[in-house]
Design a protein around this ligand. Structure first.
Ligand code: WTA
Length: 663
């Protein structure tokens, strides 16, 4: 699947300390006694996997038409779950709680970065979502039409997603940090005719514009006919009469009554673009019944949710899958009260998150290792300023969590007593797959440990054999699961090739993993050309394409180098075109070129993709067949001597690169 040097596609080796970790933290008796999860769930699911999932689907969701089929994998690799059932996602997330008399329960505590707040009950949410669904229908959106959403972390983000779901119009949320270029390609790939955006959002103490990127994307040519604009910051925006409409006006004109459209369990719920190993992002397709079942199941048992008393906070943006499954769908399906926060953790000060935990008495916190490491770096004095005693479960997602960060999280944030759940999953898996269960599992710092009840995972060697305990290899999912992706939007062949061909008929996750002596799973990072920067997936190839699209760049190679805070950091090696070298007077040199290229990547993809460092080199290390040896570049980027160079076409290249770096 990768056209690069195979030697660079073995599991990352930078996590040795993780593999020497032997501590374990069994659940306390008090926690175990009240936990939602039980050890018997594993046995029940093992004895009858389909029966187990059917029970979950009926227990956790309300179906407008019950199903008789559970899973049908005869059309592999595309599975059908609960195929003849019908339901509506927004009805399940909102209306049924109101119908059950819980309309006054708080659904969302919104905390804006400048300190403004809003509280929405389930009844408020029902009204807003219904009005928004009517507003979309008034713009001609019908069941099956795609709607693009480009919003900051404000309640309207959740409302917009649910409004789409209410009419069976798949949403495609595009992270607010992506550029007009990225927006353009995603809008076109999904053929969205409506975009929901905002004037801007607050980041780091000031308004940051969003609408101009939508205007630019549409100017490049898209099928977009209507743009709904939420007023968040009040900043000036360009306005296209007839196309642009204020969200507030559209909702005010719309009726607060709307009947949710029941859809087939396999009706598309959303498309979410993620980076793959080629330059073109993949539109990961999720459908309704199975996805919602697994979101609700995992949210209830992995976080031990007690909807009457817990206050849950997941810090992810809705632009990522974590925001889909664990902000919008899982928690609301389960009737949870949750916090959403718009801004950065250090605005106005580095204790902002802990202030929020104290203010809302957050009891379940779900965040990413990069954030935990950043807080560690800032120091324990910031959490120490606040009463964090409400916290009772802590979760981690997005990348391997190093044992030091895990321990700090439990000790400093969780008073040394809270369970920490390290949850492994992907955009493609839709919901958590491998994780300890609080109250059941003796947690090991740094290990996601056990496939959840009803989930089957294994570690395979190169030849596709299950490795014995104590060995490492590739993480594989061996049975279909309810929230699995149903494909890549518009590209069934790429779906089959990317995930199902490495080990015939088994799902290849792209992660390296190891089983310890107890058979527990430790994730070791990506084994393909996907980097993980602050828990965000970025493709080396996509950034290389962005660099090469700049007129002064002849060739580029990008690697993910180990970084203490962000997990990995983007490091680029570029060869400039000879005519550019002759024109240094005009284009500057050294720092100017680097600054120019970083800005170019931000424009092509988004600021998150900007390389941490760009090194201008005369040559790149290649094999005789012309493949770039990223492994060697990673050695350089991580400050090591370059490893084995014997397969290089020209072994002096590495010396030249190292000399160029002053090593
Ligand atoms: C990585 C995020 C180790 C992994 C939900 C995966 C993890 C990729 C963990 C998916 C974890 C996620 N331990 N690695 N607990 N969670 N990953 O699609 O490499 O943005 O393949 O989904 O993140 O990233 P994605």
């Amino acid at each position: 699947m990768s056209q690069h040097d195979p030697a660079s596609t073995t599991p990352e080796s930078g996590l040795e300390n993780l593999l020497h970790e032997t501590r374990a933290f069994p659940p306390s008796e008090e926690f175990a006694a009240q936990a939602n999860a039980t050890a018997e769930m594993y046995d029940r699911a093992k004895a009858d996997r389909e029966g187990f999932w059917a029970e979950q689907a009926r227990d956790l969701l309300t179906w407008s038409k019950d199903f008789t089929e559970v899973v049908d994998f005869s059309g592999a690799p595309v599975a059908r779950w609960f195929g003849d059932g019908e339901l509506n996602a927004a009805y399940n997330a909102v209306d049924r709680h109101v119908d059950a008399g819980l309309g006054d329960r708080v659904a969302l505590h919104f905390e804006g970065e400048p300190g403004d707040t809003r509280t929405l009950t389930y009844a408020d949410l029902k009204e807003q979502v219904s009005r928004a669904a009517n507003a979309l229908e008034a713009l001609g959106v019908k069941t099956g039409d795609r709607v693009a959403i480009y919003l900051p972390m404000i309640p309207e983000a959740v409302i917009a997603m649910l409004a789409c779901a209410r009419i069976g119009a798949p949403h495609s949320v595009i992270f607010g940090g992506f550029s007009a270029e990225a927006l353009h390609s995603r809008i076109n790939d999904a053929e969205a005719r409506v975009v929901i955006t905002a004037d801007g959002g607050y980041r780091r103490g000031k308004p940051s514009a969003l609408k101009p990127a939508v205007d630019d994307a549409i100017a490049k040519g898209t099928p977009v006919e209507h743009v709904l604009v939420v007023e968040r910051t009040g900043q000036d925006v360009a306005w296209t009469e007839g196309r642009d409409k204020k969200w507030a006006d559209a909702l005010a004109e719309a009726s607060p009554e709307h009947t949710p459209v029941p859809v087939d369990a396999e009706h598309p719920l959303f498309i979410l673009y993620t980076s793959g190993t080629t330059g073109k992002p993949k539109g990961i397709l999720h459908t309704t019944g199975g996805y919602l079942t697994q979101c609700a199941f995992t949210h209830k048992y992995v976080f031990d949710l007690k909807p009457e008393t817990d206050v849950y906070w997941c810090t992810a943006d809705i632009g990522w899958v974590t925001g889909h499954s664990y902000v919008t769908y899982g928690p609301l399906i389960n009737g949870a009260t949750q916090v959403i926060y718009e801004g950065t953790p250090d605005t106005p000060d580095k204790d902002r998150w802990w202030e929020i935990v104290e203010k809302y008495k957050v009891s379940i916190l779900y965040t990413a290792p990069t954030a935990i490491r950043t807080c560690m770096k800032w120091g324990a004095e910031f959490p120490a300023r606040h009463d964090l005693s409400s916290l009772r479960v802590l979760g981690s997602v997005g990348e391997p969590i190093n044992p030091e960060a895990w321990i700090w999280y439990r000790e400093t944030i969780g008073a040394g007593t809270t369970p920490v759940v390290d949850t492994w999953w992907q955009t493609e898996t839709g919901a958590i797959m491998i994780s300890p269960l609080p109250g059941v599992t003796a947690a090991k710092p740094g290990s996601a440990q056990t496939p959840l009840p009803g989930i089957s995972a294994d570690v395979f060697d190169e030849a596709g054999r299950s490795v014995p305990d104590g060995d490492g290899g590739y993480l594989v999912l061996t049975e279909p699961w309810p929230a699995m992706l149903r494909g890549i939007w518009g590209d069934p062949q790429r779906f089959a090739e990317t995930y199902w061909s490495r080990f015939e008929g088994k799902y290849f996750a792209g992660d390296g993993a190891k089983k310890d002596e107890d058979g527990d799973i430790w994730l070791l990072g990506r084994v393909d050309d996907v980097m993980n920067v602050s828990g965000h997936r970025l493709s080396t190839t996509e950034i290389e394409s962005a660099l090469v699209s700049h007129p002064i760049v002849a060739e580029a190679a990008v690697v993910g180098a180990k970084d203490d805070t962000t997990g990995q950091a983007v490091v680029a090696f570029v060869i400039l075109r000879s005519d550019a070298l002759e024109r240094v007077d005009e284009i500057g040199e050294g720092e100017d070129v680097v600054a120019e290229l970083r800005a170019h990547v931000a424009k092509e993809i988004g600021p998150i993709a900007k390389p941490r460092s760009i090194l201008v080199v005369a040559e790149l290390p290649k094999t005789r067949s012309g493949k770039i040896m990223r492994r060697l570049l990673r050695d350089i980027a991580e400050g090591r001597e370059a490893g084995d160079v014997t397969t290089l076409a020209d072994s002096s290249v590495m010396d030249k690169i190292s000399q160029g770096m002053g090593k």
